[in-house]
Design a protein. Structure first.
Length: 258
């Protein structure tokens, strides 16, 4: 139930969106109205308005509704503004100075990961990525470094949701394989993946410390497969050194805030 101080129409919009967040599937107008206790006419009018505004999609044959990309884009700017401090950017620059490869800072975006910052590689042939690029969560080194920070239950839930949206059985995610990779990543502190997003490429990624637990992040170094393979020890060392230095700079800030 909405508070008496909340405008009814505004409250209902967010109740509908929250219902989609909980259900994580398509919903009918009848189901929404029944669960939320709205009159049929009010439910239909509200849903038609959200479709017209571009925040809901409707299948004209089944008359089922689902949130559009516009809903997720409403908060896309938040991680970039809140999480990417000057010190974090310094870490990327430090790692880039040592490795000369493309260095990225990535944040989880539901079933995907979004590249917040990209420092392009200095080699003539380098991994080319743009800031804002979105990759599947379970199909990249940075994605696996992010997944390794989640609880096992949360990982299982993400795998289940990913597979529900994947029609081709061959493209579905194997939870057992994912958990094997997660355990390895947690044990060694980083993950190495080859030929994931692009052929003949490799990437090394590690969890990146974040004050906001709701936004797990990862730092990644990517480039040509053989170059990454040959320089793996040096790249891992560069990531660890710079991240450790970043943690040291962050510690006094937390102490003063207490």
């Amino acid at each position: 139930m909405t508070s008496a101080s909340v405008v009814k129409s505004a409250g209902r919009v967010f109740e509908v969106l929250e219902m989609f967040r909980r259900a994580q599937r398509e919903l009918s107008a009848a189901e929404i109205g029944q669960v939320l206790g709205y009159p049929k006419s009010s439910t239909n009018a509200l849903l038609k308005s959200l479709v017209a505004l571009g925040y809901l999609l409707v299948d004209r044959r089944s008359l089922l509704y689902f949130p559009s990309q516009s809903v997720t884009q409403l908060g896309d700017w938040i991680p970039s503004q809140v999480l990417v401090s000057g010190d974090a950017l310094n870490v990327l620059e430090e790692v880039h100075a040592v490795t000369k490869e493309t260095v990225t800072l990535t944040v989880q975006k539901d079933l995907a990961c979004r590249f917040l910052r990209v420092v392009p590689g200095a080699f003539p042939i380098a991994l080319r990525l743009t800031e804002g690029f979105v990759a599947p969560l379970f199909a990249s080194a940075v994605g696996m470094a992010i997944v390794a920070q989640l609880t096992d239950d949360d990982i299982a839930s993400l795998v289940e949701r990913t597979n529900r949206r994947t029609r081709r059985r061959s493209k579905r995610v194997d939870l057992t394989k994912i958990m094997t990779g997660v355990l390895t990543t947690r044990a060694q502190g980083y993950v190495v993946v080859y030929d994931a997003l692009f052929p003949d490429t490799g990437a090394i990624a590690a969890p990146f410390p974040s004050e906001a637990n709701a936004f797990p992040m990862a730092i990644g170094v990517g480039g040509l497969r053989e170059r990454i393979r040959r320089n793996e020890p040096a790249i891992v060392r560069a990531i660890r050194t710079s991240v450790a230095r970043f943690r040291g700079r962050e510690r006094p800030k937390r102490a003063r805030a207490c």
